[in-house]
Ligand binder design. Structure first.
Ligand SMILES: [Zn+2]
Length: 216
């Protein structure tokens, strides 16, 4: 499997090219372009969140705790005083960084469910949910953000597979085929739940702008 430096370099380079294409097409503002670049790069690290104590898992949970604190700040600032707001944001961030991380590492195994194609799709669908229900972004930007997340995630899985091939000896390492899993008999229940979550998200979430019928 590819290491942290390879993953972040390739994810950042891929996101940079995709962001440049979107900017050239006039599809996004500079601020949106910066956000898309970040989403694609972070998504390129996301699958290794299940690797206990790995650098990506530590990084991602630090980002999640920061996002939790910001979320509390943005959405509860009208209901709380300054000190209460700061204390709640700090408590949320600490809870995410230590309690949720602990539970998460206990429940997941490396190269399990998170290194699979349905997980890449679900990550994009989760972005649509966040963009539409929490952030109230425009539909086109939400779908673009989801595409960056799923593509960054897929890029990670492809890199892991690529690094499982011993190019010199044309042989495969033991890990070959474990990053781009579609279904696993041993974890059938987890995969079933993953596909059910995808189906529910597809039914509930708004269609991409291109597929939305024109209003008369
Ligand atoms: Zn990986």
């Amino acid at each position: 499997m590819a290491n942290f430096n390879t993953h972040i370099t390739v994810a950042a380079a891929g996101s940079f090219v995709a962001t440049a294409i979107c900017m050239q097409a006039g599809a996004v503002t500079q601020g949106q372009a910066a956000a898309l670049f970040s989403f694609g790069t972070i998504a390129g690290l996301l699958p290794d969140i299940d690797s206990d104590h790995s650098i990506p898992a530590q990084w991602i949970f630090r980002l999640f705790s920061l996002a939790t604190a910001l979320f509390i700040l943005f959405f509860f600032q009208a209901e709380m005083g300054l000190w209460q707001l700061l204390a709640t944001a700090a408590a949320g961030a600490i809870c995410m960084r230590f309690v949720i991380l602990k539970i998460f590492t206990h429940l997941t195994t490396h190269r399990g469910l998170f290194h699979s194609l349905p997980a890449a799709i679900l990550a994009g669908l989760a972005m649509i949910c966040i963009g539409q229900k929490l952030m109230h972004w425009s539909l086109s930007f939400t779908w673009l953000a989801a595409a960056f997340v799923s593509s960054g995630y897929l890029l990670h899985l492809l890199l892991d597979e690529l690094f499982s091939v011993n190019l010199m000896g044309s042989s495969f390492k033991k890990s070959f085929g474990t990053a781009l899993t579609i279904f696993s008999r041993e974890s059938w229940l987890s995969y079933l739940l993953l596909y059910i979550a995808i189906a529910i998200a597809i039914i509930l979430l708004p269609l991409p702008p291109i597929a939305t019928p024109l209003q008369s």
